[in-house]
Design a protein around this ligand. Sequence first.
Ligand code: CA
Length: 540
Amino acid sequence: MKTTNKLLLLSGVFGTLLSCQSGDKTVGANEQKQAPNILFIMSDDHAYQAISAYQDHLMKTPNIDRIANEGMLFSNACVTNSICAPSRAVILTGKHSHINGKIDNKFPFDTTNVTFPQILHENGYQTAMFGKLHFGNSPKGFDQFKILPGQGNYYNPDFITKNDGNIRVEGYTTDVITDMTLDWLKEEREDDKPFLLMYLHKAPHREWLPAERHFREYTKKTFPEPAMLFDDYEGRGSAAREAEMNLLTHMNWAGDSKIRPDVMNELGIKPTIVWDTTAYNGYMRRMTPEQRKAWNDVYDPINEEFKNNYANMSKKDLMSWRYQRYMQDYLGSIAAVDEGVGAVLDYLEESGLAENTIVVYTSDQGFYLGEHGWFDKRFIYDESFKTPLLVRWPGVVEEGIVCNEMVQNLDFAQTFLDAAGIDAPADMQGESLVSLLKGEKDKWDRDAVYYHYYEYPSVHMVKRHYGIVTTEYKLAHFYYDVDEWELYDREKDPMELKNVYDDPAYAELVAELHQKLDEMRVKYKDSEELDQKFIDMYDL
Ligand code: CA
């Protein structure tokens, strides 16, 4: 490993940074300052549309917003491959999926990869991870971890733990993960070491089961419908038309919309997919009698009302109904995440840790909240390609700043190593965001990012594609069972409704972007040979 070990008590970089502070917080150049703690908070499938620091038409997230108000909001943060486990692998390794090997949710993570937590640990950081990893194996480089097996459960979740074997904890998963995080900070954290704490929520991943206090509230709410809820997918290629992530036709009736299997039977509604009712029965069985009673108190009347109205509902009515049902549970499950974030931020402040702790809030990717009629992610199109990113770093990041630069989840590893004063391995592929965090925009010269999605044929049937995205344009190649190119003019067509790839007015630009994409494939060491290798993996 090509890392340079440095003393954790850094007088150089941090002395300089901190000497910029005003008032009695000023630390002299000779005073030693411990490397910063890192609190990395990530939720699963949390759309930026559902964070009020970005957009407040759906819900308020006052605690998550605190990070933006006291730090930096990235308006153009994005992922390299919009799906859960691959995104986590990119974050930990600082390498694209085709290099770290975790291209999809199916194959386990290759633990011979070097991750930034391992490097921080080797350099004296105390490291802990709580919540969802979804790698098919345990994380390396952690002093403590308690992780959900696979996708994990919302109620009474099981955990794989570093020291206590496999355990089951009664309670609601978001609250349980928050409690584990707080307990570690209060009881296990060592004062003489900086820490990396990864606080990783399962919520708001499918099947969107809120806590009782939130489903009681959110099932009474009505939310504004997004533009293009009734999209007909004209103007784009076959990938958008053939994807199976439409709220009306592909969302599970029992598992997702919480229509009981007996009600489906009575109404003659067939399961959307084989695991539609299995998913429902599985999570209901996990609840304690008290939890199930509380759930049924609220969801039985919803079922009754649906049963009474179903015969008279048009397709449009059904789509609108399914959208509301979806938002009630999806946003309801975010409410507990926001409360948990608030509790952890409060503790950082009470304990005096906040001052020297970098707090990051992000998601493993974006998510569709009915835009284009969709739920889920995977596409290079904006709602899934972009991801929320908020960073608070007292004394370094100015408060309430918005950064519009194109940054990626690929950049986290080098950012954290840089912040800790550790040289990153030369084969990491991102860029440290520290200069942007310090407001030194002139040191940042990225004008495009690379994207590559692989998991096809598979659930949701989003075709394999790769592409390049600049602030103005998006060029994507859908391949494997098609050979289609799409170009979107992001400024003229922000909703990405019209593929202008064959429009003669864009011919010159298409040629330029093709060249740039080719250069990017070379730069990141992606190739047709690798595309084929990952196709062959599916044929094994
Ligand atoms: Ca995810």
